[in-house]
Design a protein around this ligand. Structure first.
Ligand code: SF4
Length: 375
């Protein structure tokens, strides 16, 4: 018999989705619920779940015997969607699917079949118990299940080992025999795809959730710095979005920047890996430069003063409302700007393109969702 504790491990299951939508039937309702003091534990655990994904540590399933436990995963997804960083989404997909893969190793065959069928509409059959399988041709005896080839092909092409190529598999009337560990990998791989491919329209968020998001964003900034490949080099300046590029050029040309532009530029440079002294050097040419003040301000933005974490740069929306987005003002254009909503997301994508030598930007329209209309 399936238990609720068991289903908490599989947020994509029909059961888990039914319970979470019985408590909050859509994102709007979830957000309202998260604003209530009595639901603070949901936000705390969701934040911890995202932080665990970011740290590549194990996802902990919270079981308080309350239906609201089923809202922790959707809230963790909401946090990641609100941050809208592709790398964070990948961290989350990786950690969540890894946890599912591990949990499935301890489940019995009937449960796994039911989970795959009910969650994804897959057709899975048992190949029989060990005695029954002993009567099969020798190459088939190690396979506990068989799966329709169409379902196999939904996920297997994402894996690169030769064993996942259909041409290397035994195929019998449209069925692909799979071992239990392989079926677990396919199920968790499907969950991984769901996270990477789904999108949530994020409504205005309550204070509690916004604070969680700020903390995760700050951790994400550090993670990007510590994991590279976004080292600050001469070329990486070419990956700056138009807004930051303009501020950077202006300050190097000795122009004074407004307070909000200085904050945006300093927090951006710190987030992509520049040290406090390198950022202070960028401001050295400005006419209003005062060494001690610049250092104090940059240290504050870096979280080295004032007893708080480092600041993340403002979003595109904020920069547009401060008249600091040259694309929004019609003074510059870059097609990537329409597919991101944060200058760091621009930088991350453009640096990746540069590292791979990608010059044709038409893939944005095929792979990314348009985030803003600037024309
Ligand atoms: S759209 Fe965003 S990233 Fe692009 S220039 Fe404007 S503020 Fe910068």
């Amino acid at each position: 018999m399936v238990t609720r504790t068991q289903m908490l491990k599989y947020p994509f299951s029909r059961y888990a989705r039914a319970v979470s939508s019985s408590v909050a039937h859509d994102v709007g309702e979830l957000v309202k619920l998260l604003d209530k003091n009595e639901n603070e534990y949901i936000v705390e655990h969701a934040e911890a779940r995202v932080a665990a994904a970011l740290d590549k540590s194990e996802i902990t399933v919270v079981k308080t015997n309350d239906d609201r436990d089923f809202l922790i995963y959707p809230t963790a997804r909401l946090i990641v969607e609100a941050i809208n960083n592709s790398r964070l989404r990948e961290y989350q997909a990786e950690a969540e699917s890894k946890a599912v893969n591990k949990f499935l190793g301890k489940e019995n065959d009937e449960f796994i079949i039911e989970l795959a069928e009910e969650s994804f509409g897959w057709s899975v059959q048992s190949m029989g118990n060990i005695t029954e399988r002993a009567r099969l041709p020798i190459p088939l005896r190690s396979y506990e299940f068989k799966l329709r080839f169409q379902n196999f092909l939904e996920v297997a092409p994402d894996f690169h080992e030769p064993v996942w190529k259909l041409v290397n598999r035994y195929l019998d009337s449209g069925w692909v025999p799979v071992q239990k560990s392989e079926l677990a990998r396919l199920i968790s791989g499907k969950f991984n795809q769901i996270i990477l491919r789904s999108h949530i329209d994020v409504p205005p968020l309550p204070r509690r959730l916004a604070e969680s998001i700020q903390r995760i964003e700050s951790e994400l900034g550090k993670k990007i710095i510590s994991t590279g490949p976004l080292e600050v080099t001469e070329e990486s300046v070419d990956a700056f979005p138009p807004c930051i590029s303009q501020m950077h050029k202006d300050t190097l040309a000795g122009k004074n920047l407004s307070h909000s532009a200085r904050f945006a530029l300093a927090s951006f440079l710190l987030n992509i890996g520049m040290s406090v002294s390198e950022v202070v050097d960028v401001f050295r040419a400005a006419r209003d430069y005062v060494s001690s003040l610049a250092e104090y301000q940059v240290k504050h933005i870096a979280g080295e003063r004032g007893g708080r974490d480092a600041y993340t740069p403002p979003s595109c929306k904020k920069l547009q409302s401060d008249s600091l987005c040259p694309v929004y003002l019609g003074e510059a254009f870059d097609p990537l700007c329409e597919y991101i909503s944060h200058p760091l997301a621009f930088y991350e994508t453009r640096a990746w393109e540069m590292s791979k030598g990608v010059q044709d930007h038409s893939w944005y329209a095929r792979k990314r969702q348009r985030r803003q209309h600037l024309r």
